[in-house]
Design a protein around this ligand. Structure first.
Ligand SMILES: C[S@@+](CC[C@H](N)C(=O)[O-])C[C@H]1O[C@@H](n2cnc3c(N)ncnc32)[C@H](O)[C@@H]1O
Length: 194
């Protein structure tokens, strides 16, 4: 779970996003962030399953980065935060440092399509980038047995193809949860110990 300091940091970023939406700023000047409830959820799930190798695809200005960095701190792991837009990532880096979470985050700037194949095996992944890339990036992931992938915007965008794609695999369980803008939570079956 998040503590009050991290919740307050998330609330500040979320308020700015809502203010920008209200002002109807051009899309390029608006921040797109994960909903606070979704941030709380991914922190609890990732920490709760003791995920040690975490990644987020689309870190932006850092709401999900705070949540997953805190999970990594609790599990003694580390988060790879991938973002293509430098100013957004620079802001997230500052926020994470101010919260004392820098030791648990590796920031990688660039196209996730090139970075994911270098990440190695992962225990927890947040997919929160352009929606047309979800299937391609999911397929690039090296998922450890028992790994969890959470994809955002399932109920706000047309992501039927992504949901159908992950659910057709015989080695996963997957469910859409009405948290925030809708999360598809997909879990690779763990290897059974005989
Ligand atoms: C919805 S925002 C992410 C919000 C973030 N998870 C948060 O909680 O604040 C999507 C982000 O994905 C980034 N992005 C889009 N395509 C990408 C790609 N191919 N590689 C890396 N980042 C990408 C965008 O620049 C944008 O900042």
């Amino acid at each position: 779970m998040l503590d009050e300091v991290k919740r307050a940091a998330i609330a500040r970023l979320w308020k700015r996003k809502l203010d920008q939406d209200l002002k109807k700023l051009p899309q390029s000047e608006r921040h797109r962030n994960l909903e606070p409830d979704s941030a709380e959820f991914i922190c609890a799930v990732a920490a709760g399953c003791h995920a040690r190798r975490l990644a987020e695809i689309g870190g932006s200005s850092g709401i999900s980065t705070i949540a997953l960095a805190e999970a990594a701190r609790q599990s003694g792991g580390s988060l790879t935060s991938i973002e293509i837009e430098p100013t957004r990532q620079a802001e997230a880096r500052e926020t994470i440092a101010a919260l004392g979470l820098a030791d648990w985050v590796e920031f990688v700037l660039g196209d996730a399509g090139e970075i994911i194949p270098k990440c190695g095996a992962l225990d927890f992944v947040l997919l929160d980038c352009e929606k047309e890339d979800y299937i391609r990036f999911f397929e690039l992931l090296d998922l450890a047995p028992g790994a969890v992938v959470v994809a955002d915007n399932i109920l706000s965008h047309n992501l039927f193809d992504y949901v159908a794609h992950v659910r057709k695999r015989s080695d996963v369980e997957s469910i859409t949860l009405p948290i925030g803008k809708g999360l598809e939570v997909t879990r690779l079956r763990p290897t059974l110990v005989q």
